[in-house]
Write a protein that binds this ligand. Structure first.
Ligand code: PLP
Length: 375
């Protein structure tokens, strides 16, 4: 198998697995229990919180463990709006559905939302954020890096702007963590979402960074875990794994980025030589592992299934459900020409991929595209 779907889920990091293992085997105690085993589980949660905080340049009390990126995004958007007298939200057309759908839910409850368009390269212009901000803006939510096309957004500048203009700022950093340095001491965001399974942790865990003093509005009420912000018995194994994974992935970012960028650029060069192909998103302002191409005259979903027959795991931005082709909202926002909208393919690399895998994948994509075009 050649795994080129790391943006969907990354391989589990061995240190993360080691950290999780005791809490999936011999120590199954509830961290709220007063006995020794319970206290050990509680200690693991405390340690993981410290590791996550230190990896992000945050304070431990600014870290709230959740069930993943989706919950963190929902929690941030609700927290940044529900307690505010202001009624406007500024976001972008290319956010993940975890942000877009909670915002459209708020629109049904009287909020106004502005969805900023990216430029043709998939980048959000800081001046468009400035123009949309007004005294009624409660929250701005802009992702650090896009999950489909990998474009990296100018979040530092947007954060400065929001701070100056008195709006809260949420960053969905699910795809950016470990690929882009993020330090909450310098990044002036109020909320930041992280998902564990994109960085070598376990599925079903994640965190929300919420800056000290930022409003918080719990969505899950119950026994008062996570200082009353997120009730429910803690996912101790997932939390312990997240602590180890986040520490590891934020450690040697530049080394990893250098290695993966070389693979990415090789893949881009190979795929560009396929006739009627198109690289979606900026060539330079993109995640080191992210490659998104459209091939005219093909269908993304069929291409993914064909590649699977050759043992290559990839993703399509478009999905065909019940015979109805749904086109990627991201590619639409980029105003990708009609002939390139349906046949898009996302190949996402990690440091575990090799040059040989990239060359083999590129040849196989070419073969599958030709076959689909001739069928
Ligand atoms: N935000 C982005 C940018 C993502 O890529 C994803 C997952 O694909 C999510 C949020 C949701 O994360 P999770 O799968 O942990 O709910």
């Amino acid at each position: 198998m050649i795994y080129l779907d790391n943006a969907a889920s990354a391989p589990v990091n061995l240190r993360a697995l080691e950290a999780a293992m005791p809490f999936m085997t011999e120590n199954y105690a509830n961290p709220s229990s007063a006995h020794t085993a319970g206290r050990e589980a509680a200690l693991a949660v405390i340690e993981a919180r410290e590791r996550c905080a230190s990896a992000l340049g945050a304070l431990p009390e600014e870290i709230f463990f959740t069930s993943g990126g989706t919950e963190s995004d929902n929690l941030a958007v609700l927290s940044g709006t529900l307690k505010s007298p202001k009624r406007k939200i500024v976001t972008t057309q290319i956010e993940h559905p975890a942000v877009l759908n909670i915002i459209s839910e708020l629109e049904r409850h009287g909020f106004e939302a502005v969805y900023l368009a990216p430029d043709a390269d998939g980048i959000i212009n800081v001046s468009s954020v400035a123009a949309a901000l007004d005294d009624n803006t409660a929250l701005v939510s802009v992702m650090a890096a896009n999950n489909e096309i990998g474009t990296i957004q100018p979040i530092e500048e947007i954060a400065e702007l929001c701070r100056e203009r008195g709006a809260l700022f949420h960053v969905d950093a699910v795809q950016a963590v470990g690929n882009v340095p993020l330090d909450m001491r310098t990044l002036k965001a109020d909320y930041l979402s992280v998902s564990a399974h994109k960085i070598g942790g376990l599925k079903g865990s994640g965190l929300l960074f919420a800056r000290k003093g930022a409003p918080l509005c719990p969505m899950i009420l119950g026994g008062g875990q996570e200082r009353g912000i997120r009730s429910g018995t803690e996912n101790v194994a997932g939390i312990a794994a997240l602590g180890a994974a986040l520490e590891d992935v934020t450690r040697n970012i530049s080394e990893r980025v250098e290695k993966v960028t070389a693979l990415r650029d090789l893949l881009i060069t190979r795929l560009e030589s396929i006739p009627r192909s198109r690289l979606n998103g900026s060539r330079t302002k993109r995640l080191c592992g992210s490659v998104n191409f459209s091939f005219a005259g093909t269908d993304g979903e069929t291409l993914v299934l064909n590649l699977d027959l050759f043992g290559i795991c990839a993703s399509s931005a478009s999905a065909c459900s019940a015979g109805k082709q749904t086109v990627s909202h991201v590619l639409k926002a980029l105003k990708v020409p009609e002939e390139y909208l349906g046949g898009s393919l996302r190949l996402s690399l990690s440091e575990h991929n090799t040059r040989e895998e990239v060359l083999k994948a590129a040849d196989t994509v070419r073969e599958c595209v030709e076959r689909l075009r001739n069928s």
